[in-house]
Design a binder for this molecule. Structure first.
Ligand code: HEM
Length: 155
């Protein structure tokens, strides 16, 4: 019978690719391509982008721990049977998830309200906070993916 990891591992990697790849596109490509847009247009565009991207991030922040813990407890046995890379990935993964929760429930809610009220100065301030958190999570995500994919070859 196929083990849990044969289903969980592809879902785990797909969730990581969608989340980290989406942040890379937003932070590195889109952010640097909007120079020609006026403030309100730019802020409205980010509002549209976030409303389409964040549901995918919610799927990723549910799937990553579910499939990760599943592999650890159902196939490996326990965390003491898992490699160092899994322990580091676990810590970094939880940090990324907490940062996303904060981003979603604090600056993003305020950003949405400020855009709806056309308070562009406030919206720009909240967007700046979102940018800092996404930049941090992108760096953590790239490190986590590199660790997760290479860890089994360390020993
Ligand atoms: C929430 C806690 C997490 C746990 C408990 C966890 C657990 C695991 C486990 C058990 C594996 C298999 C390791 C192996 O077979 O050697 C794995 C692989 C992997 N994880 Fe995680 N993970 C978590 C979060 C994350 C996050 C946030 C990312 C990326 C954003 C990520 C990316 C990866 C990648 C890229 C692999 C390698 C897949 C492969 O090469 O087959 N993980 N993870």
């Amino acid at each position: 019978m196929p083990n849990f990891s044969s289903i969980a591992a592809p879902l785990h990697v797909l969730a990581a690719v969608l989340w980290v790849g989406g942040m890379f596109f937003a932070y590195v490509i889109l952010r640097n391509s909007l120079g020609g847009l006026e403030g309100p247009q730019r802020l409205r565009l980010w509002n549209e982008v976030f409303s389409r991207f964040f549901p995918w991030v919610w799927a990723a922040v549910i799937l990553l721990p579910a499939t990760g813990y599943g592999q650890v407890f159902l196939d490996f046995g326990s965390f003491s049977d898992a490699g160092l890379h899994v322990h580091i990935m676990h810590g970094l993964g939880l940090l990324m998830i907490v940062l996303f929760f904060y981003l979603f429930f604090a600056p993003y809610q305020k950003f949405q309200k400020a855009v709806a009220a056309e308070d562009w100065a406030a919206a720009a301030g909240h967007l700046n906070q979102i940018r800092l958190i996404v930049g941090t999570n992108l760096a953590l995500g790239l490190i986590t993916v590199a660790l997760g994919a290479s860890g089994r070859f360390w020993v």
